[in-house]
Design a protein around this ligand. Sequence first.
Ligand SMILES: C[S@@+](CC[C@H](N)C(=O)[O-])C[C@H]1O[C@@H](n2cnc3c(N)ncnc32)[C@H](O)[C@@H]1O
Length: 353
Amino acid sequence: MDEQHVMNEQLEKQNSAKFICTANHGFAPYAQEELRRLFGSVKSTMLLPGEVFVVTLATTVQETVECINEKAPIFLRHIFPVLMEIPGDDAGQAIRQAVTYLLKREELEGSRVSVQVRKVEGSSWTESLGLLRDQLQEKLTPLEADFTVQNPEWIISLFAAKKTWYLGISRPEQNLSDWNGGAVRFQREEGQISRAKFKLLEAEKQFDIPFDTFRNALDIGAAPGGWSSFLLERGLQVTAVDPAKMHDSLRNHPNLRIVQKNASEVKFKDAQFDLLVCDMSWSPKQMAKLVTNLLYSLAPGGTAVITVKLLTKKPMALVHEIIDIFEQSRMQIQGAKQLFHNRDEITLYMIKY
Ligand SMILES: C[S@@+](CC[C@H](N)C(=O)[O-])C[C@H]1O[C@@H](n2cnc3c(N)ncnc32)[C@H](O)[C@@H]1O
């Protein structure tokens, strides 16, 4: 075993852990704050302003991952444990060092492995990321690994910053997300009404929401209809409320009732719906008031999925204020997360009791 390898084996066992952490653009300071709340003082350095930072914690990798998974942070989207730091001034040299290290990792031999690479502007790798990934995979051929994007057993992560390249090997569940940097990508479909649909698709995956088990949904702030179309595809009856016009392709759908009104002017039967979704892009407190006024129409045990716009310099305080409002209205929070497709919002997943 060479010196570098011995050093890295020690790094994995020692009582401190280094992670590359990613949040939505502009929200890294809040992800840092979440880590401070979980682990006390943490040493961290920004690698991509507002988005990606490296953090050192006085716990082991396993303890850190368990704690983060249990506490489910809102703004921290993706992490990977750093096993090796490589001088980054010469890309060719850095790749050679990374490959030498990886070829010695027995757990990768014959396994399903995903190689996820990212870089900052100004890193010594000037070609495309696809090419970097391909080069790594080619040089790792002796491992006889099955290089895959879907359902890997192991993820090799490489973040090429300006001075240093950070390398990690982890199980998907250690990264908070098995997507590269937590950037969940969906294929845009032909005739797709809005990009907003991706938010609901991502929420479904993130929170494991069984949309096709619901029957009757209320969609508040529904136009132009991305979320409604998603729910219709899952076989639900949908009532769409919005003063704006729904997309023409939805206008005669047999399972869709369009109520072209402000949500403050509508009335429904008690417990009429088993799902309530709201994506209003509006003042969060007004939205919370409007939605809580309509909660009588959601049956006990019903589910709500709501986006909260963070138009404030204090998003943490705002999120807690909104969560409090819903908790006081018999809603139990199942999940709160800034999804990749949320940009400057978060998504709340709640159940009525
Ligand atoms: C971001 S868009 C919703 C996109 C939609 N989820 C989709 O998938 O296509 C926000 C919508 O909320 C609607 N909205 C804002 N305030 C509203 C209110 N008080 N009542 C009903 N709809 C409202 C707007 O008219 C707008 O169409």
